[in-house]
Design a binder for this molecule. Structure first.
Ligand SMILES: C[S@@+](CC[C@H](N)C(=O)[O-])C[C@H]1O[C@@H](n2cnc3c(N)ncnc32)[C@H](O)[C@@H]1O
Length: 283
């Protein structure tokens, strides 16, 4: 295995990481870690040649990051992947424990629903606040035997959680092809492959309407234009969970959804992140 380049970027966790991560993936970075004050990206070191280095430099400058804001190092040993895997430990969120398949679930998990989620390249390990916010809100939102739509499904964690709580079926969509593969793999790991339909694309790949619960955990700049398509797939008395939003955006989203006939029925926050659970009024 080639040496691995580890790039540590001092980027705050304020919603700007996700598009940066997508750009870095396009440049050949193939694994990422989120730390409180930094985004860490890995690529095979041989790929870190002149043009790649220049492209990353240009990308960082374009985002206002100076040389002082990032550190590069070559990890010489073969086994960075094992180290990365070892860094992912089970975490609790609401009624769930989210655990990679290679970890032991803590004996004190008690009656928690264990979700086996192997992240590969996709977002949604449970390590991000917004994923945990959605998992907490899901506890009161999953319609028994209902149909769920999860836009920006990532690892599939939220749809899989809904299926494990009793939903009958879920459709997950994501524009990232890695997520589609990863979502399917994770569905199989959790024994819900037959009930989870994962599609590449966005809301336009969903001709169906009449979902009992629609979910999107996506930053507002991406969510804003998707919202009409998402909400029109949720009929009267259906629920909607939105996260990926900053606490400072709460009132704007509460007002906007009220205008569409959705009442806020629960909310959750962690650090600067916020998410809500809405119910659409009866017709
Ligand atoms: C913050 S992650 C959420 C992943 C997972 N649902 C979770 O809660 O952990 C957002 C996901 O939305 C996807 N995404 C970005 N733009 C999208 C779009 N226009 N339509 C559908 N998915 C999109 C990204 O690829 C990413 O997987």
């Amino acid at each position: 295995m080639p040496d691995t380049l580890r790039l540590t970027l001092a980027v705050p966790d304020d919603g700007t990481r996700e598009p940066l991560l997508a750009d870095l993936a396009d440049l050949g970075f193939d694994a990422f870690e989120e730390e409180p004050d930094a985004l860490v990206a890995y690529a095979p070191a041989p790929r870190w040649d002149g043009p790649a280095r220049e492209a990353v430099g240009a990308l960082l400058r374009q985002r206002g990051l100076t040389a002082a804001a990032f550190r590069e190092e070559v990890v010489p040993d073969q086994d960075w992947n094992a180290r990365w895997e070892a860094s992912l430990q089970p975490i609790e969120a609401g009624p769930f424990v989210v655990a990679p398949s290679w970890t032991e679930v803590p004996p004190d998990a008690g009656g928690a629903t264990v979700l086996r989620i192997d992240p590969k390249m996709a977002f949604g390990t449970g390590y991000h606040e917004t994923t945990r916010i959605c998992l907490r809100l899901l506890a009161d939102a999953v319609p028994e035997a209902g149909r769920v739509l999860d836009v920006g499904t990532g690892t599939g964690v939220l749809a899989i959680a809904a299926l494990r709580l009793g939903a009958a079926s879920a459709v997950g969509v994501d524009v990232d092809p890695w997520s589609v593969t990863n979502g399917r793999d994770n569905a199989a790991l959790n024994g819900v492959a037959d009930a989870f339909d994962v599609r590449e694309g966005s809301v336009e790949t969903v001709p169906e309407t009449g979902f009992d619960l629609v979910i999107a955990n996506i930053i507002s700049s991406i969510l804003d234009p998707l919202l009409p398509g998402l909400l029109e797939r949720a009929p009267p008395s259906a629920s909607a969970i939105l996260s990926g939003l900053l606490a400072s955006e709460r009132d704007r989203f509460v007002d906007r959804l009220a205008g569409e006939g959705f009442d806020l029925v629960a909310e959750a926050a962690e650090n600067e992140w916020w998410g809500g659970l809405w119910r659409r009024a009866e017709a």
